[in-house]
Write a protein that binds this ligand. Sequence first.
Ligand code: HEC
Ligand code: HEC
Length: 220
Amino acid sequence: MALNKMTVPNEKKRFFTPLLIEWLGALVLFSLLAPSLALPPAQTTPVNSVHKKDPLVLKGKQLYADLRCFYCHKLKGRGGTVGPALDNVGFRRTQEWMAHHFRDPKEVSQGTKMINLKLKDSQVQALVAYMNSLGGYTFTPQAPDLYKANCAACHSLNGESANATDLSKEGKFRDVDFLMDYIRDPANVNSEAKMIKFEGVLTEAQIKDIAAYLYKQSRK
Ligand code: HEC
Ligand code: HEC
């Protein structure tokens, strides 16, 4: 469906075809096997359930398949090896880096074999959201300031004690979903919590941004 969106030279298109057929076969096989491989929910997804919730992530996941990214990249053990495996890419790369790289791979990674897919902005956004959900979250350059303005009065982030808990190790034992829930409304997580709620004070995007920032402090 989407190969025609790729503006690759003809040679490259031919290069793609035989493997593509193998790939489609593998995909069909996988989708037949997938239900029987399904694991019980709960503890099996430690970090996030964002795939289920965020439509932009779902759109990115679909694009990932449609644009045949798996031809060059491995994800969960499946795919090519021309580019790096993407399982933890959300952890390694910032959203800015990824967006720039999708718009113009060669400008960011000189000599890369990754092709410029001439993606629309909406496609770039969806792919970044999907990549961002893999193996972690990235935060925006505003996150440290958001944290300072809203949290630093009570929490330290350098191991020193402040008014409330030091949060520098928070990401070691809390996942991003927990952090987001806590920031939204602590009383929902722990009925005895004294911390104020930020739901309505900060936007969802800002809450996620701060949560990702915190999460990464102990995982750099
Ligand atoms: C023709 C092969 C090819 C295709 C197709 C391709 N990539 Fe890549 N990609 C690469 C190579 C090679 C690199 C490593 C060099 C670089 O940074 O560009 C890379 C790098 C990346 C990175 C950075 C990974 C890291 O850890 O630095 C991301 C993210 C990425 N690709 C996502 C995608 C997505 C999403 C698609 C589909 C829209 C895609 N790629 C299609 C070859 C490809
Ligand atoms: C007015 C002081 C205050 C502010 C401002 C504040 N907190 Fe808290 N926070 C607390 C206190 C006190 C606790 C200890 C548990 C409780 O009473 O909720 C806490 C607990 C937490 C916890 C739970 C720690 C754990 O793992 O049990 C997290 C996460 C957290 N805060 C994050 C934040 C973030 C992020 C912000 C900024 C958006 C923030 N807090 C702003 C006072 C504050």
